[in-house]
Design a protein around this ligand. Sequence first.
Ligand SMILES: *Cc1c(COP(=O)(O)O)cnc(C)c1O
Length: 362
Amino acid sequence: MGHVKLHIPGPVEVSERTFRAFCTPMIGHRGQGFKDLYAKVQPQLQQLLGTRQRVFLSTSSAWGVMEGAIRNLVRKKVLNCMCGAFSDKWFDVSKRCGKEAEPLQVPWGSPIRAEAIDRKLATGQFDAITFIHNETSTGVMSPLEEVAALKRKYPDVMFIVDTVSSMTAVPLAFDALGIDVMLAGSQKAFALPPGLTVFVCSQAALAKAAAAPDRGYYFDFVEFQKNAEQNMTPSTPSIAHVFALSDKLDEMFAEGLENRYARHRRTNQMTRDWAAKHGFTLFPEPGFESLTLTCINNGAKPGGRVVDVPKLQKLVKDRGFLIDGGYGKIKGTTFRISNMGDETPETMSRLFAAMDEAMKEL
Ligand SMILES: *Cc1c(COP(=O)(O)O)cnc(C)c1O
């Protein structure tokens, strides 16, 4: 059997065009060719992220920078906002970095609301929070603007925000949000191969990092800033990724960012419609459903249809598509379908045709 097309929420399908860019002949990372490449993507990334800060490129998966943010920015105590597998793990990672950490836990399926964070920050114990905009495990999109607005009340608290599975698919204006770190891995909505993380830091975050004695080297935010001023990265980057990113950014701007956001809204609505048509309900609390993937309830919550998820996955796979069977403690009692990256109404229709056929055989 040939390639099974990815509709899991990361890694997502990578186009042939992107792979061609990825396979551009290699260049040296301290030469003018690389500096020119870096300088070319910089204004595109700044526009995409809504920032005048330099945008950094880390050769690591998202977790590298998520852990790095803890090492660079937490001195006193971090508040880890937890609503799913990735945000829950950030609490564990904070402790593994030897930091004081406290969970702000809500049930999986619920969003993180500003009010709950406000109550915690009012204690004055915290100098950083971690917050995941789009919790990929539960398909919940928490209200980033509402949470970011708290920064004005707590200017000394570092707001570290994971936009791993929302960046490029929904508008994210870093400077206007006023947050301190925003990051995303390449294998989610960017639709690049895994292995690169795009991130940006506020001036306040860079100043705070500079005073952290034990921030290490590989994820030292100050090193990223110093090197970025020369259009370089601290260590040898995955240059193939930067070639692919450059081409992907050209593609994004040719489509137009607003069109890209609209396309994601449309393909996401198609997924919700498919679920409703077959009698399923959604796992997230209504009003907080992700726009880049859909987490379908399959017994995790009362109501809606329940099917044999491994069997559904196999029937869909036999037709050439990979869908996700649920993550962590909601494996099997939910399943997930990604619409992020390059997907269009046409490509989603092909997936749903295969899923319609599979449903008949269940
Ligand atoms: C995928 C994902 C991560 C982890 O990314 P890695 O590339 O595995 O490090 C973190 N946060 C969110 C929201 C994710 O979707």
